[in-house]
Ligand binder design. Structure first.
Ligand code: ZN
Length: 294
């Protein structure tokens, strides 16, 4: 009997030690559920759920951002040497994209967009020493790029799509049903090679009525280092603004692009260290967001 008590105490003690060192890590971990359906290289269908606020049936999608290593323009590829602007289809080299990219956009689901403005909450704590205010300000700035482009012009006339940051507790990305909170934070995205994930829930129905009801966004600071590449060396780091601007494209209703002729668009589905070209919206990004909101 005494032996059991001792063993029990040791087990309790070990559990206490594990919980003391791991609570943040567990709470911050986001995994794509095993029953989620992979529908494209980076996209998982999370299934249907009920949106508590509206009582409507919604569907969820998780957009996972992976790292891809590119060759440099001038590298041997396929039939010859890739030149900037050359059609790089079937070529694993970033050749500098397409000169007319205005058809380079795709929707997560035709007509699915924000029809009511909802605010969002941010937990800017990160393992890379990025300043809290930089994170908050940069997210707001990156949102403003999409909102500015929503009328098809970069003219400072904005459509309010994603609201403002408000105070609140981030309790994690929702992969099984929405919780009526739009949450942004750093954590551990379980998928191997995932830089970030954005989860979007929207109501089902005809395209003219589909409504996005929630977005959650997680930047993986367990497997990747993050920085503001305008200010520091980014040889092995992800530029926060570059990735955040892309992820926010999902939050407004845009899908990833995989055609290498669209590799210069912000919504191109892969990213790399020290990349900053996705900070600015290109012709296809602007055409996509304006088709939804103007
Ligand atoms: Zn994406």
């Amino acid at each position: 009997m005494k032996k059991f008590v001792v063993v029990g105490l040791i087990v309790l003690l070990l559990m206490g030690v594990v919980m003391a060192f791991n609570p943040a890590k567990e709470a911050k971990k986001v995994s794509i559920p095993a029953n989620a359906l992979k529908i494209s290289p980076n996209t998982y269908y999370l299934g249907k759920a009920i949106d508590k606020k509206s009582g409507k049936v919604v569907e969820g999608y998780a957009f996972v951002k992976y790292k891809k290593s590119f060759g440099k323009p001038g590298t041997e590829c396929g039939n010859g040497v890739c030149e900037p602007g050359e059609n790089a289809r079937n070529c694993p080299v970033d050749c500098g994209g397409n000169s007319d990219s205005s058809t380079c956009y795709a929707f997560i689901s035709r007509g699915a967009k924000w029809r009511t403005v909802e605010d969002y909450i941010v937990n800017p704590n990160n393992a890379d020493g990025l300043d809290e205010n930089f994170i908050r300000d940069n997210i707001a700035y990156d949102i403003s790029k999409w909102e500015d482009a929503a009328d098809g012009l970069l003219d400072d006339n904005s459509v309010d799509i994603l609201g403002n940051e408000v105070a609140g507790v981030v309790d994690g990305a929702d992969t099984s049903s929405p919780d009526d909170k739009n949450e942004v934070y750093f954590g551990d995205v379980a998928e191997s090679g995932a830089i970030a994930v954005t989860i979007v829930w929207y109501t089902i129905g005809p395209p003219f009525a589909r409504e996005i009801v929630e977005w959650d966004m997680v930047f993986d600071d367990y497997d990747f280092d993050w920085a503001n590449c305008s200010l520091s060396d980014c040889t092995q780091k992800m530029d926060f603004e570059n990735i955040a601007t892309h992820e926010l494209g999902h939050a407004v209703g845009l899908d990833d692009l995989y055609d290498d002729t669209c590799s210069e668009e912000t919504m191109y589905g892969y990213a790399n260290y020290n990349e900053t070209k996705k900070r600015t919206l290109e012709a296809g990004d602007i055409a996509g967001v304006s088709e939804l909101y103007s």
